[in-house]
Design a protein around this ligand. Structure first.
Ligand SMILES: [Zn+2]
Length: 293
């Protein structure tokens, strides 16, 4: 049985069709960022739901189409199989039986996409790896649907702390979450970076877990969730330091001193880089495999 076939599992609950990711059977979680195109989804369209005792349609290639489910929902299932199990009726379904609406259908300004992001808004910006200069207002990954991240990593400092483990990081020990195997991904980054001693001076950590709001905003920082690390503060650039007094909607100038080799290694293991944001933060690396897809 092929991986793809194995991954297509039809589950029926209470006679109603439901869409389920079968990725918990597959070792794709950590490899999510490097295995595009693996549509590991089973779908029973709403029209196939049992009514008056009529049986479901078989899940053939004709009835199971990836078009039936938003790309972002499919990617979330693939990247977070421990939590996201399916999509139905506009809701992301979780393994704990709860759900979160995927798209609240509201038109949002740039700031609203950051401050009040739904699941869909997380994919509103382009994480463009074809250029080392971020596109105007492209802040892929800065939109975080807070209920989603709080559900996975913890909704308070105490809850997040329970999942933090020690990761050895170039002579230091840093705390990182074991949720979604983010700790293993950081260890894999460290192992690869260790092959390049000339990069070591950029790697000193200046912080991982810190339950706090984003500077100057009311949204929760990614550091709150324990899946984010800042490194090389001595060599780092931040949009607001370089453009004092500018607002998040203003035009700004770009700066970076972080070697691209470091960025590429982090990205290979599911981390996005703050230096790819128009509102750049070049010391910042955040475990967000769904944004790299
Ligand atoms: Zn940071």
């Amino acid at each position: 049985m092929s991986k793809k076939t194995l991954a297509r599992v039809l589950l029926t609950i209470g006679g109603a069709g439901i869409l389920v990711s079968a990725l918990s059977f597959l070792p794709l979680g950590r490899a999510c960022a490097s295995e595009p195109g693996q549509a590991a989804i089973a779908l029973v369209p709403d029209s196939a739901s049992t009514q008056d005792g009529v049986g479901e349609k078989p899940a053939t290639e004709n009835t199971v189409t990836d078009k039936s489910i938003p790309d972002g929902a499919r990617i979330l299932m693939e990247c977070y199989p421990d939590f996201v199990k399916g999509y139905k009726d506009g809701q992301i379904l979780f393994t704990d039986g709860t759900s979160i609406v995927y798209d609240d259908k509201r038109e949002k300004s740039f700031l609203q996409k950051l401050d009040d992001a739904d699941m869909e808004d997380m994919f509103a910006f382009e994480y463009d790896r074809s250029s080392w200069t971020p596109g105007f207002m492209q802040d892929a990954g800065r939109s975080r649907c807070e209920p989603f991240f709080k559900k996975m990593y913890g909704a308070s400092a105490a809850q997040v702390s329970k999942n933090l483990v020690s990761v050895s990081w170039f002579g230091e020990s840093v705390k990182f979450t074991r949720v979604n195997h983010a700790d293993d991904s950081l260890r894999a980054v460290a192992a690869e970076l260790a092959k390049y001693p000339e990069l070591k001076r950029y790697l000193k950590s200046s912080g991982t877990f810190n339950w706090r709001k984003v500077r100057g905003a009311n949204r929760q920082s990614a550091h709150s969730y324990g899946m984010t690390i800042d490194i090389g503060v001595k060599y780092s650039d931040y949009w607001l330091w370089k453009n004092p007094g500018k607002k998040e909607t203003d035009k700004i100038t770009y700066a970076n001193r972080m070697p691209h080799q470091i960025v590429e290694i982090f990205e290979r293991h599911g981390f996005i880089w703050g230096g790819r944001w128009y509102h750049y933060d070049t010391m910042h690396f955040e475990f967000r495999p769904e944004i790299l897809r």
